[in-house]
Each structure stands twice: as structure tokens, then as C-alpha cells.
Design a binder for this molecule. Structure first.
Ligand code: ZN
Length: 212
């Protein structure tokens, strides 16, 4: 049995976008995305502090292919802040697809960070929108509360988990990504790129049972 990581009071579990539209049957389903739900429920029981993120777009959002005539989902375009992958319409504010998966059971979660609500900026990261300048406020919240080490799990590994982990590292938090409790979309090599990027920034933990 590998060493386990003991969870303390300055550790926090950040659960990324476990929403219906990212699960099978949803508008932007991550393959086997729903498999993370029981794992994250188990993980959450090990933490005194949990924060959830929720992708939360207005209709007609810039990141939707449907907002760009002639474009298809998963094409990349250039917008004011750089490249932007176009997605199917997803996680529209107030719709069932934007709700958390019904089996996600973390009643003690202390904060829900909504992101992607500005019509003309997408937000993969829980910390900064895709212009890499507009903060969500999460870093300040976590620092003010004294958290030092963040454990990430959720959807999708190669987008919102990846960018959240990168920004958490940039914000000087210690970062642990629990890969077992993530699932990837894998568009144009994004899974391999994520592993390469995280290698220098985050500790990767494979199994949920590695968390004590
Ligand atoms: Zn989105």
C-alpha cells in the first residue's frame, strides 16, 4: 500500500464542474464523466473544507459554436484574448444541464464559485477567466481563509481541472490533482498536454485511497 497523504485544516478539496452537461447525456458530455461522482463523494468525506465550481454561461456565450455562424463545436477560433475552442451550448444559467449531478453529495461544501458568466470571456480556470487577467476572486478567498494546499478533482481533466491547477500553482498554492477522480475530453492531444503541463506544477495522485 502506497503512502497516504494526511489531510489537515489548511487543505481544501476543489471540485471542478461536476454538472449534468459534462456527464453522459449532457450537452458537452465528458466520456464516463459521471464515474467521478462516487469517487468525489468519498473524497469529500476526508476533507473538512470543500469548494465547488460551476460553469455558468448566459445563452449566446462567446464559447458556443452556435454564436459563430459557420463554425462547428471543437473548432478553435481566435478571440480578443487568444485562441478559444468552440463548444456545444452547455451549462446555460438556470437550465438542468447547469445543475450539479444529482448524486453529487457534498452538503458541507462551503462555497460555489460560478465562472464563465461574462458573455464575451470563457473561463476554464476556477481562478482566472481565459484572458488570464480577470480574477474570479477564489485565490483571495482561499488565502484569507488560510488554505495552503489544494486537491483538485472533477471535469474535465484536460480543461477546467488543468487550468485551475496551473493557476493555483501560479497563485502559490501547493497543488495535488487526484487523477482517478477526473475524466478527460481529449481534444487534439489535450490529455497529453495536460499531463506534461502539470508534471512541474502539481503533485499527481492516482488513487482516491491515497488520501488519508
Ligand atoms: Zn463552459
Amino acid at each position: 500500500m502506497a503512502d497516504t497523504i494526511t489531510i489537515g485544516d489548511t487543505d481544501l478539496l476543489l471540485v471542478v464542474d461536476v454538472q449534468n452537461d459534462f456527464c453522459p447525456g449532457g450537452k458537452l458530455a465528458v466520456p464516463n464523466g459521471d464515474e467521478v461522482v462516487p469517487l468525489i463523494n468519498r473524497l469529500a468525506e476526508k476533507f473538512a473544507h470543500v469548494v465547488l465550481t460551476q460553469d455558468w454561461h448566459p445563452a449566446g456565450h462567446l464559447s458556443f459554436a452556435s454564436s459563430h455562424p459557420g463554425k462547428k463545436p471543437f473548432e478553435t477560433i481566435t478571440v480578443a484574448y487568444g485562441p478559444q475552442v468552440l463548444w456545444p451550448d452547455h451549462c446555460i444559467q438556470g437550465t438542468p444541464g447547469a445543475e450539479f449531478h444529482e448524486d453529487l453529495d457534498i452538503p458541507g461544501a462551503e462555497l460555489i464559485v460560478r465562472k464563465g458568466f461574462r458573455p464575451t470571456i470563457d473561463s476554464y480556470s476556477a481562478f482566472f477567466e481565459n484572458d488570464h487577467r480577470t480574477p474570479t476572486g477564489l485565490a483571495g478567498y482561499l488565502r484569507e481563509r488560510g488554505f495552503r494546499r489544494l486537491f483538485l478533482a472533477g471535469l474535465a481533466f484536460d480543461f477546467c481541472v488543468r487550468y485551475s491547477a496551473e493557476d493555483a500553482h501560479r497563485e502559490k498554492f501547493e497543488v495535488v490533482v487526484i487523477e482517478d477522480a477526473c475524466r478527460a475530453i481529449d481534444v487534439d492531444g489535450s490529455l497529453a498536454a495536460t499531463r506534461a503541463s502539470l508534471a512541474g506544477r502539481a503533485k499527481a495522485v492516482v488513487g482516491v485511497d491515497a488520501i488519508g
